[in-house]
Design a protein around this ligand. Structure first.
Ligand code: SAM
Length: 232
């Protein structure tokens, strides 16, 4: 990306954050703790994507949400703050260090909002954890799914998760540009396994008759995929 367009996008993002609903003190603390304890926070979805997730939780009147890739819990807590009381979020994280930080903040959320949604953190590889819990086989279908884990598996996650999303529900997928590798691969300019997988998923979505989607140039690309109400 040319330097001047990068500057424009950075300025646009910072302007957009300033002029969107602010994050709560709890969310600010998650960001600060992540930066202080891990010394990197670039995997965290951040205020803009977070605010959009929170809005999606409200717009879908979400009672049951599934998140793949918790990291330190920022996106989970944004979603939780957009949900009504009595709901449930299942979130999956494969890294113990990250899940320990997330668990601390989930405990604080449950204390601060005892009648808010319950957050259940599954540790281990996401698809195994979900299969063990039999989430995909029985029970209510998720109203909202946030996919934000290993990019090479994105097409598999999409295949496995779209059938369990409730008709009319929404799947949000982060890093749909994968730093520009998604289209570099499409143009044959790079050989990046993650970029190829992300591009494959984006193409799958754009021809999937079960859904309508919009791929937004927000941060690293955000797929908003809505399952048609009559789709199974
Ligand atoms: C981009 S971060 C998630 C950010 C988080 N959703 C947020 O909103 O701040 C991706 C996370 O997915 C986790 N992850 C990657 N592959 C995974 C897998 N197969 N199963 C479970 N977690 C995985 C990583 O350890 C990492 O914490």
């Amino acid at each position: 990306m040319p330097d001047d367009s990068r500057t424009f996008l950075q300025q646009a993002e910072s302007y957009a954050v300033k002029n969107s609903s602010p994050e709560s003190p709890l969310l600010r603390d998650v960001r600060r703790a992540t930066a202080a304890e891990l010394r990197y926070d670039d995997m965290l979805s951040g205020p803009l994507v977070g605010a959009l997730l929170r809005m999606m939780a409200g717009l879908t009147a979400a009672r049951f949400v599934l998140e793949i890739g918790t990291f330190t819990g920022y996106g989970t807590l944004q979603i939780a703050s957009g949900m009504t009381s009595g709901g449930r979020i299942i979130t999956c994280e494969g890294n113990d260090k990250y899940s320990a930080i997330a668990r601390r903040f989930f405990d604080r959320f449950h204390k601060e909002q005892p009648s808010g949604p319950r957050i259940e953190l599954l540790t281990g590889m996401a698809l195994d954890a979900i299969r063990e819990q039999k989430i995909l086989e029985s029970g209510p279908k998720p109203d909202l799914i946030f996919l934000d884990a290993d990019k090479e598996s994105y097409p598999v996650y999409y295949d496995v998760l779209m059938p369990v999303l409730r008709p009319g529900g929404v799947m949000v997928i982060d890093n749909a540009f994968w730093g520009g590798k998604a289209w570099a691969d499409a143009a044959g300019e790079a050989d990046d396994r993650k970029g190829k997988a992300v591009d494959r998923m984006n193409r799958l979505i754009s021809v999937d008759a079960r859904v309508e989607n919009v791929l937004l140039p927000v941060r690293d690309g955000l797929q908003i995929v809505r399952k048609h109400p009559e789709a199974s």
